[in-house]
Design a protein around this ligand. Structure first.
Ligand code: ADP
Ligand code: MG
Length: 187
């Protein structure tokens, strides 16, 4: 099957203070679904320090680096691969500005405006480009093959019927629908 790239993938992280707060977690999950993102993969993990350091390596010389990495390793985060049209920009728009206080002032209805507690604890992460998304997905989903996903799954995430499991918070391709389609083709 040919890759068409109708959908973009982005990496979203719900940071530790969100995972600790069931209300905030549910609200952000609802926003993801209500905004028509498809959840391609999900995992909950307390980040090992080496992974957090690799993930944030572009910030290693910043004054907030140590505090950021320590916070990210302080408890479980929910990490998601999200698919949507223009997913990178769309997710960053929903998140709002990086700095929570600025977000509270200028974009109070965004995720960071609503759930950010400080410039470090700003609720969520979102890739800033498709290249970053690919790099970040490879860090946290080592067995995820982006090319293979585009070749064999994207079309179903875009046009097909999906099953959504709200507990594991992931969309999967509805196999019964696929089988019916195949029967139809064979007839
Ligand atoms: P974004 O997450 O919006 O892409 P950056 O890539 O610039 O923002 O920063 C990565 C993370 O570092 C932010 O999400 C935030 O947790 C933290 N951070 C950024 N700027 C500051 C700051 N001035 N003080 C404390 N933490 C910061
Ligand atoms: Mg960034």
């Amino acid at each position: 099957m040919q890759s068409k790239k109708y959908l973009q993938l982005t990496l979203a992280i719900l940071k530790p203070h969100i995972v600790k707060s069931p209300f905030a977690l549910q609200k952000i999950r609802d926003l993801i679904i209500d905004n028509n993102f498809k959840v391609v993969r999900s995992r909950r993990v307390t980040m090992p320090r080496e992974e957090a350091e690799l993930f944030y390596k572009e910030h290693r010389d910043k004054f907030f680096y140590n505090r950021l990495v320590t916070f990210m390793c302080s408890g479980p985060s929910d990490i998601h691969i999200l698919a949507a049209h223009d997913a990178v920009a769309k997710w960053r728009q929903l998140m709002g500005p990086t700095k929570s206080y600025q977000a509270q002032y200028n974009a109070p209805d965004t995720i960071r405006g609503t759930f950010g507690l400080s410039d470090t604890r700003n609720a969520t992460h979102g890739s800033d480009s498709t290249e970053s998304a690919e790099r970040e997905i490879a860090i946290f989903f080592k067995d995820f093959d982006t090319k293979k996903w585009y070749d064999s799954e994207e079309i179903f995430f875009n046009f097909g019927r999906l099953h959504f499991d709200p507990i594991s918070f992931v969309h999967t391709i509805d196999k019964s629908y696929l089988e019916k389609q195949n029967e139809h083709i064979e007839e």
